[in-house]
Design a protein around this ligand. Structure first.
Ligand code: G3I
Length: 372
């Protein structure tokens, strides 16, 4: 009896020690209904980035493919699909019990030129482009039916003023191209969640346009399961009040707000960065690459506070998912955007995969969430 008691006590102490050594993961702290994840690349699924892969498995319950499901990667030629990296991505997610997100079926970028070329040198017409879109969606969504749980069906269809972006999709098909994409995706996997995804939805004109767009789709009888605010934000912008108002508006419109591509640019922005010529870019790079050797503690703290404030808003407005756009600072796209060749620090793990203060700050907000 005494020995049984002693061994039970030992087990309890060991479990407590293990818990103390291993802080709870973000996924375990999140309230029911909120998935937390990251965008991943083939380096995390093929063993080349084991540090990031381990973080993903430990911390997250959803993944998004940062690049490998984009049209140019998976369907580079009319009759050629390259499924191998995407298959590995989906296997990685499902094997680890995660909600797997597909990104993205229709976008004006990263789409091979053949998609927008007319037959036999003629101008691209509606029926040709619709047929290509339907084949693409049927093949890709169909392949992962039941395994990819949600799709960014249409990505970035809106201009900043809320009008439809002038793309070959709009030009050749007309305004109903968005509806057609949702229709084809629903046909291909009736059970998958389908989303509209865009950036800068914290700006009222664009956010209201996204809401109108989705309401229009619903009025046609299409099911839309969420509006994704990409959330490529920065330490100076957007104001928290704007995020608060945007999430409230999305929620009030009857769709679940999703934060689909979260990161926080810590480097200064220059209004002239966009589209600057090479010489100008070099000058702006030199002036704005302000932390080449590491992030100063004061900025770490600022980043941590900002992440905490944003997560408080995500909880307040019942976000259904928060996906970070990357895992560690080592491989963030923000080293090369909007100016190539700078050193950025937008995520919760640093360049070596060590936890940043922002991780503890986010965990703390989740831990204290009253909804739990
Ligand atoms: O993998 C190749 C490499 O083999 C090659 O040597 C190198 C030369 O350029 O390119 C590498 O591919 C790059 C890829 O990122 C991986 O680093 C592509 O050129 C580059 O275009 C691609 O950029 C991606 C970008 O979308 C365009 O597809 C970024 O990683 C990705 O973070 C970014 O993600 C987008 C979302 O899809 C939509 N929302 C905005 C977000 C940020 O731009």
């Amino acid at each position: 009896m005494r020995r049984t008691l002693m061994s039970s006590l030992c087990l309890l102490l060991c479990a407590a020690a293990a818990l103390a050594a291993e802080p709870p993961s973000l996924k375990s702290l999140a309230p029911p209904g909120l998935r937390i994840g990251a965008a991943i690349n083939r380096t995390q699924t093929n063993g080349n980035d084991p540090i990031a892969a381990a973080i993903v498995i430990l911390q997250f319950d959803t993944v998004t493919a940062e690049n490998d499901l984009k049209w140019e990667r998976i369907h580079p030629e009319p009759e050629r699909f390259d499924f191998e990296p995407a298959d590995r991505y989906v296997d990685f997610g499902t094997t680890n019990g995660m909600f797997v997100v597909g990104h993205a079926l229709l976008w004006h970028q990263q789409t091979p030129a053949w998609v927008f070329a007319g037959e036999g040198g003629k101008k691209l017409d509606r029926e040709t482009l619709l047929a290509r879109l339907r084949t693409h969606i049927a093949t890709v969504v169909g392949r992962y039916k039941g395994r990819i749980g949600g799709w960014d069906v249409v990505n970035e269809a809106l201009e900043e003023d809320g009008t439809l972006r002038k793309t070959p999709w709009l030009e050749a098909i007309g305004e109903d191209y968005v509806a057609k994409a949702f229709e084809f995706a629903r046909e291909a996997d009736p059970a998958a969640e389908l989303y509209y995804n865009d950036y800068n939805l914290w700006k009222p004109a664009k956010r209201d346009a996204a809401i109108r767009l989705v309401q229009g789709l619903k009025a046609r009888g299409l099911r839309v399961d969420g509006i994704g605010e990409q959330a490529h934000w920065g330490v100076d912008d957007p104001p928290l009040e704007a995020i608060d108002a945007a999430l409230a508006a999305l929620r009030a419109s009857g769709t679940t707000p999703l934060i689909t591509e979260l990161d926080m640019d810590v480097l200064p922005r220059d209004p002239d960065m966009w589209g600057a010529d090479l010489a100008k870019k070099a000058r702006i790079r030199a002036a704005t690459n302000v932390y080449p050797d590491g992030l100063p503690p004061a900025v770490q703290e600022r980043l941590a506070r900002l992440y905490a404030d944003c997560f408080a808003l995500f909880l307040k407005h019942g976000a259904g998912r928060v996906t970070f756009w990357g895992v560690t600072d080592a491989t963030t796209w923000l080293h090369d955007f909007p100016i190539p060749g700078r050193v950025n620090y937008p995520l919760l793990w640093d360049h070596a995969g060590r936890e940043k203060p922002a991780l503890a700050a986010v965990a703390e907000v989740l831990r204290n969430n009253v909804r739990r």
